[in-house]
Ligand binder design. Structure first.
Ligand code: DX5
Ligand code: ZN
Length: 222
């Protein structure tokens, strides 16, 4: 069985927040998902956007939304993003005391369920939970800010997850987030990632759609 084609998800964290609808449309036709970073100034120090903005943006583009919740108490907020039409809702393992139960709720609300693992969290304790999830997001930086440097050591976690997913024939995307660019995406793909978030590399480019296409070509595993 051949691997599914890679998914590239531009992160609007690096876009112009005064022109979110235009910035989303700028990658339509090239991007697979639009990655939306929700930060609450508690789980991470930074503060970004929440449900009202995601709801408005939902009406402005046909790209599937990949919502990355960097928030405390995801049980309270995550289902609202599924109700707002998100394709995938990812919450952090570090913020949840019952990830499987929340994953079930997200799927029941019609979304895919994602589990995120921050820089300092090992992946092994979570591997057994993966049948309940559709995406596993492995941070390749410390969650909280765009524009940080990719940490190659995080790829050991990607490789461990890939072995587990393949051995169990699980249908799950392994997503990497942080510092993904032309010079890092191939190694992440090589380690076994098949979904790639890119903020700075897409939105600081002259032509964001072209940057997405280039990343996707570089992510194709031989
Ligand atoms: C940071 C966010 C990332 C961020 C990545 O915590 O989760 O999605 O936008 O930005 P770059 O691609 O610039 O590292
Ligand atoms: Zn993110």
């Amino acid at each position: 069985m051949s691997a599914p084609p890679p998914v590239v998800a531009p992160s609007i964290l690096a876009a112009d927040f005064a022109r979110l609808a235009d910035e989303a449309r700028a990658v339509e036709g090239a991007a697979d998902w639009l990655h939306i970073d929700v930060m609450d100034n508690h789980f991470v120090p930074n503060l970004t956007i929440g449900l009202p903005v995601v709801t408005s943006l939902r009406a402005a583009t046909n790209l599937p939304f990949d919502v990355h919740l960097m928030i405390d108490d995801p049980r309270r907020w995550a289902p609202g993003y599924a109700d707002a039409g998100a394709y995938n809702v990812t919450f952090h393992a570090e913020a949840s005391d019952n990830p499987v139960s929340l994953a079930k709720d997200l799927r029941a609300a019609g979304a895919k369920a994602g589990l995120a693992i921050d820089r300092d969290t090992p992946v092994e304790p979570y591997l057994e939970l993966l049948p309940h999830f559709d995406t596993l997001l492995i941070m390749t930086i410390k969650a909280g800010f765009g524009g940080q440097k990719f940490i190659p050591a995080m790829l050991d976690k990607v490789a461990a997850a890939r072995r587990h997913v393949d051995a169990g024939h699980l249908e799950l995307r392994i997503e990497v987030d942080g510092g993904i660019a032309d010079d890092t995406i191939a190694q992440a793909a090589e380690a076994g990632a098949d979904a790639f978030v890119a903020g700075t590399a897409v939105y600081s480019a002259e032509d964001p759609a072209e940057a997405v296409r280039r990343l996707k070509a570089l992510a194709r595993r031989p």
